[in-house]
Write a protein that binds this ligand. Structure first.
Ligand code: AMP
Length: 422
């Protein structure tokens, strides 16, 4: 038996309904906030991710599924969506008409991480990105929108963590202060962080290794180094969140290693998932559009870990299963042939229809209808065809009525649509 690839998974019927429900809740909420869907490819040139995510990151160094195609071009299965959305914004000059654009996208991402609970090699994200707005209100609005999504999905026990990363003006002063702390603590740092402290020192701040965490307890906080504009921006984000009654904590460990990440950065964390506690990662990346060859437009966005959201939703035990409105128990070749036409007509009219094509007895057909929790069962065999009427059984009340063959489809449609729309 060929098994699926480690770290990959199937989302089976029975589970998929919850995914669909989450997806449609997110879509309708995001659209109310002015977001439009964008669909981007699953593969891009490797260079796009190397440049946008950064060569010094774990994703680019160790986790990307990269291979040469038949013409020896290096391509990569996308490890995240932002790079592609930015590429698309630039490539199609989506800014030309109006630099302000708000997009969302939903789909699979690929990272060759060590699989564990809450961490897969193919996982799903729900992303939203806003271009062309530098106002701190939009940062607060994204967090507000996420909190609303979570409450609609009965997710409790989540906490918004926010920080500001400043800008290329104020960050160098912070980096100097951080470098001092790092050079004094080199022996306590893990080998990754020793390397990071030279190449990407901000990343040491969010290392999970306990000795690194301890070494960083006295690390300076970026928000103490913000220039006046960045400070005002961050203050406005905080005030807006307070006005919207969204609780948050300021988390100085929340950092991104690359220069084009600016100002607000945030995470939504939960205590449900152990070590994999982030359900959402987001923030500003005002420098990225320009860095990838586009106009100098600010941007801010987030990525929700869809798999993790499914894990923590209070709707996990909700029954999204759609039972058939009608089950057709047809017997004999003629019965089946007539019933087959009706089955097609019912389904075409929006009635959930199930028909059994086997040669089972009425008793076992009724058993199957029961198992599927069908609302109605239509029984038809040679006798019914001869008599010119079929039997329709209401499975809840057990009431049976006879329905004449002429006008059968319309009569049953009217009856079922009346009860299902009631
Ligand atoms: P990131 O793009 O790394 O900021 O991740 C954004 C969100 O995607 C995280 O907060 C997680 O919820 C989710 N995520 C990232 N990597 C994985 C993974 N390997 N498996 C499942 N979810 C993930």
């Amino acid at each position: 038996m060929i098994q699926l690839i480690r770290g990959f998974k199937d989302i089976l019927p029975g589970e998929v309904e919850l995914w669909q429900y989450i997806e449609s809740t997110a879509r309708s909420l995001f659209e109310d906030f002015g977001f439009r869907e964008i669909r981007i490819p699953i593969m891009e040139r490797t260079e796009l991710f190397a440049r946008s995510i950064g060569e010094d990151t774990d994703i680019v160094e160790k986790e990307m599924y990269t291979f040469a195609d038949r013409k020896n071009e290096l391509i990569t299965l996308r490890p995240e969506a932002t790079a592609s959305v930015v590429r698309s914004y630039i490539q199609h000059k989506l800014y030309a008409d109006d630099p302000v654009q708000k997009f969302y996208t939903i789909g699979p991402m690929f990272r060759r991480e060590r699989p564990q609970k809450g961490r897969y090699r193919q996982f799903y994200q729900i992303n939203a990105e806003v271009f062309g707005i530098d106002s701190p209100f939009i940062d607060a609005q994204l967090i507000f929108m996420l909190v609303k999504l979570f409450s609609r999905l009965s997710v409790t026990d989540v906490e918004a963590h926010i920080n500001s990363l400043g800008c290329p003006e104020c960050r160098p002063r912070f980096k100097e202060a951080l470098a001092e702390v790092l050079s004094a603590a080199t022996e306590k740092l893990c080998s990754d962080c020793v390397r990071r402290s030279l190449r990407n020192p901000l990343r040491v701040m969010d290392c999970k290794v306990p000795s690194c965490r301890e070494a960083m307890t006295n690390a300076p906080a970026i928000i103490d180094f913000l220039c006046s504009e960045c400070r005002l921006h961050f203050e406005t984000v905080k005030q807006a969140l307070e006005k919207l009654k969204i609780p948050f904590v300021i988390d100085k460990r929340l950092v991104r290693g690359l220069d084009y990440y600016t100002r607000t950065t945030f995470e939504i964390q939960t205590s449900y998932l152990g070590a994999q506690n982030a359900v959402v990662g987001g923030g500003r990346y005002n420098g990225l559009v320009k860095a990838l060859g586009g106009p100098d437009q600010p941007a801010v966005g987030f990525a929700i870990g869809f798999d993790r959201l499914v894990e923590i939703t209070g709707l996990k035990n909700a029954d999204f299963k759609q039972n058939p409105d009608i089950f057709i128990a047809a017997m004999g070749e003629n019965g089946k042939a007539r019933a087959f036409e009706w089955a097609c007509a019912f389904a075409d009219s929006g009635i959930k229809t199930e028909m059994d094509f086997s040669d089972r007895s009425l008793k076992s057909l009724m058993k199957r209808a029961d198992k599927l929790s069908a609302a109605y069962v239509l029984m038809v065999g040679e006798k019914e065809l001869e008599e010119g009427a079929v039997v329709l059984r209401d499975m809840t009340t057990k009431e049976q009525v006879s329905i004449p063959l002429e006008n059968l489809v319309e009569d049953i449609k009217a009856k079922i649509l009346l009860t299902t729309n009631a």
